[in-house]
Design a protein around this ligand. Structure first.
Ligand code: GAP
Length: 406
């Protein structure tokens, strides 16, 4: 985002005025179909295979893939299914709102009910005019925001795949109506490029054109980018053409004036949306590999929690340890390593390599007896396990170059 001239960032409040959620349609439409056990009153997401039986899952998939007539039939069949916990009968699907409610102010009455934002998007619509006036951008341009979103998910789970508090990165890209297809395609490619940049294996990414009747209430076209997670193929990101739905909801008068023609109108919106937690999960799944008994997390260096690890060959030789500490401190001071430099002097070198491989550290540096003689260290590459001798004076630039090229 920072390297694009057509983009500005904002950081809005987590709790916005309730009128925002009334206007956006979230209070009436933001819901999931759930079935409820008539006996123990547990609720289950209709499309969640981890919570409901196989036959139910098949039926819900059938519902997803079907037109309305078979939907009715599938729903009918579903009523015969039993609660996985107590065996009670399940109700037919009902809509449950996902908005996370709380109260603001001294009283806990209906007048003080407020909602945590379920998406970062809406602030970018309600702040559209402020951004326009202060940034003086002209179409096409985008507003971007990263931050927490909250949903009262009934079945959180699958590690960090579905949580009630999660992090989104969204762009609302404002265009003229006639240009929407061009920019939809532009952002489709950008999203694929981003996945590649963070090391998501594109062989496991699938684009799902969301059919009519299954898209969110605001969307005229949506692509879901799905990923083959270990627990099944699930949504990673979304790309939606939201038309002028949002700006029309929030502004009585058209908020944009064309500089040349003087015409006032409502811009249309292309919305690429990314979940940060799902990005991390997909990057971790793509990076995980096994090589015999060695487990290696082949994370891109930019994502690795530690960029380098520094070891003294032995922990009981003060000269070697002191030299290793010096190398460690020098590397920690380098801004491009952001201090993400690990130190390990436990056990033997082999075990240290294995434990750094498991957390994805791309480079391990060992200070040994030869270092004291000729000022060189070994640098071991996580992915090839090859070792090179590099002079201590060249070490920072050697590592810096490797990291920036990956
Ligand atoms: N503004 C559009 C929007 O919010 P969404 O498909 O509901 O669309 C966007 O959410 C992305 O946010 C999803 O593709 C996913 O990556 C992430 N996401 C949604 N719900 C989530 C949850 N409960 N836990 C973790 N990530 C979630």
């Amino acid at each position: 985002m920072h390297n694009r001239d057509d983009m500005v960032g904002i950081d809005a409040a987590l709790i916005m005025n309730t009128k925002v959620w009334e206007s956006s349609g979230h209070l009436s439409n933001f819901s999931d179909p759930l079935v409820e056990c008539e006996k123990c009153h547990q609720r289950f997401r209709e499309d969640d295979n981890s919570q409901i039986s196989n036959s139910q899952f098949l039926i819900s998939k059938q519902i997803q893939n079907s037109k309305s007539s078979s939907y009715a039939k599938a729903s009918e069949d579903k009523q015969k299914d039993k609660c996985p916990d107590c065996g009670g009968a399940l109700t037919s699907p009902k809509q449950f709102n996902l908005m996370l409610k709380t109260f603001l102010g001294p009283t806990e009455d209906s007048a003080s009910v407020v909602y945590f934002r379920p998406e970062t998007a809406q602030a970018m619509f309600v702040d559209f005019k402020n951004v326009l006036e202060t940034s003086r951008k002209t179409l096409p341009f985008g507003i971007a925001q990263q931050g927490k979103a909250f949903r009262n998910e009934i079945t959180p789970g699958n590690f960090i795949f579905r949580t009630r508090e999660f992090e989104q990165m969204e762009i609302e890209y404002f265009v003229r109506e006639n240009d929407w297809e061009k920019y939809f395609e532009h952002w489709r490619k950008e999203m694929l490029g981003w996945m590649e940049d963070i090391g998501v294996d594109l062989n496991h990414v699938h684009e799902l054109e969301v059919p009519d009747g299954e898209r969110a209430h605001y969307s005229k076209r949506t692509i879901d980018f799905e990923y083959d997670f270990p627990f099944g193929r699930e949504e990673l990101y979304g790309l939606a053409y939201r038309t002028d739905f949002d700006l029309k909801n929030h502004f009585k008068e058209p908020p944009y004036r064309d500089q040349e023609s003087g015409e006032n109108f409502y811009p249309h919106i292309i919305e690429p949306t990314w979940g940060v937690d799902r990005s991390v999960l997909a990057a971790l799944c793509s990076a995980y590999s096994e090589d015999g008994d060695r487990k290696v997390l082949k994370l891109k260096p930019s994502l690795a929690p530690y960029k380098v690890a520094v070891f003294p060959l032995v922990a009981n030789k003060p000269d070697v340890v002191a030299k290793a500490r010096e190398v460690y401190q020098t590397l920690k001071a380098k801004s491009y390593l952001l201090s993400f430099v690990a130190w390990d002097d436990r056990g033997n070198i082999g075990k240290r390599y294995y434990s750094q491989d498991e957390i994805g550290t791309p480079f391990c540096i060992t200070i040994d007896y030869q270092t004291l003689e000729d000022g060189t260290v070994t640098v071991r590459d996580r992915d090839t396990t090859k070792q090179e001798r590099v002079s201590v004076s060249d070490l920072a630039s050697y590592i810096g170059e490797k990291i920036s090229n990956n």
